[in-house]
Design a protein around this ligand. Structure first.
Ligand code: SAM
Length: 230
């Protein structure tokens, strides 16, 4: 069963998203939209990996994408996904999902790829899907967050040891995969990508003044956001 189909996990996750005060709304969505604003969206064939309830897919369709194929492993997330005439949802495991060569202009993913074990194989497939000049834009949980084997608020540890980590996040045993920033970038380069931008979205002091719970994210970065072109 997909983690996001576990009722206890899903309730916790949805509750967090409903507040609108998590890192997604405060940090990830504005940073992702700023990066995407620099790309040609109108008429683009887009693929969204780990689309969840479709927020990003629908924003891209509304921005003029010709079609958005939005993929997620969770039945519950897809059942709640926002509908749009140019967004097609498909239930699939990103780790096994494939598309024809050159069939996409833009591949995006928000906060999902740290759940995928084999990043090298995924990047190789994405490189094949993209037409020449296509873009791959994705955010993941920041490697400083995924590094520790035992999770702690502000402790970066075991950074060099890539691989499986288990966390308690609403439920015990949530599996994520740690990769260093260096290896993420090297994997992209090895598969023919040119790095366009690398961001670490952080709350401003003004945001922290309004939402004090964001202060922790000035102590260590919660998100890594990368844009790369073929
Ligand atoms: C943190 S949520 C982000 C959802 C959405 N991208 C957003 O930003 O609102 C992570 C999503 O990734 C999906 N996911 C995790 N592992 C996956 C996999 N191997 N294949 C497909 N989807 C996966 C989950 O089901 C979940 O919907």
């Amino acid at each position: 069963m997909s983690l996001y189909d576990n009722p206890q996990f899903l309730e916790g996750y949805r509750q967090l998203r409903r507040t609108g005060q998590g890192i997604n709304d405060a940090l990830e969505i504005p940073a992702m939209d700023a990066v995407l604003a620099a790309l040609p969206i109108a008429g683009a064939r887009v693929v969204d990996l780990g689309c969840g309830e479709g927020g990003l897919a629908v924003r891209l369709a509304a921005a003029g994408a010709a079609e958005v194929l939005a993929v997620d492993a969770s039945e519950q997330m897809l059942a709640a996904a926002v509908r749009h005439p140019r967004v097609r949802y498909e239930r699939a495991d990103v780790a096994a999902f494939d598309l024809p060569h050159g069939s996409a202009d833009l591949v995006v993913s928000s906060m999902a790829l740290h759940y995928v074990e084999d990043f090298v194989a995924l990047v190789a497939r994405v490189a094949g899907w993209l037409a020449s000049g296509g873009a791959f834009v994705f955010s993941v949980e920041h490697p400083m967050m995924t590094a520790p084997v035992v999770a702690a608020d502000c402790l970066v540890d075991n950074y060099a040891d890539e691989g499986r980590r288990e966390r308690t996040w609403f439920v015990a045993g949530v599996v994520k995969y740690h990769r260093t920033i260096g290896s993420i970038v090297a994997t992209l380069r090895r598969h023919g990508f040119r790095l366009e931008s690398l961001d670490e979205p952080l709350p401003t002091s003004d945001q922290v003044a309004t939402c004090p719970h964001l202060a922790i994210h000035r102590r260590r970065p919660p998100i890594l956001l990368i844009s790369a072109r073929t």
